[in-house]
Design a protein around this ligand. Sequence first.
Ligand code: 5GP
Ligand code: ZN
Length: 113
Amino acid sequence: MENCLFCKIIAGEISSEKLYEDELCYAFYDIDPQAPVHFLVVPKQHIEAPAAVTEQDAAVVGHIYAVIAHLAKELKLEKGYRVIANSGEDAGQTVHHLHFHVMAGRPMGWPAG
Ligand code: 5GP
Ligand code: ZN
């Protein structure tokens, strides 16, 4: 999608520190990390937000969770990690392309935010 930051990152028009890529998704480190490990996993297909996910997207969303589990193993996040997908204003979504934050390397407070 035109003028979408993450579509541009996926297309390589804006540089990123890539962690993983396959035909369905792209993973890269967050530019402003909030934990010792903080990366984002995004579908290559432009989906605006968690609120825009439909049954048609079930396969890609499930795939992303499997990729996250795979990357967590590779990065040896044995102590755990948190996955967050912000949707809309109150949740603090700033980039309108569905993305899953993966954060690890420190104890996480709860409730979030
Ligand atoms: P949101 O607030 O929408 O849930 O998360 C957007 C995330 O994208 C933020 O954590 C922010 O630091 C990250 N981000 C924004 N612009 C860029 C960028 O140009 N490159 C990378 N790697 N991350 C970005
Ligand atoms: Zn996009």
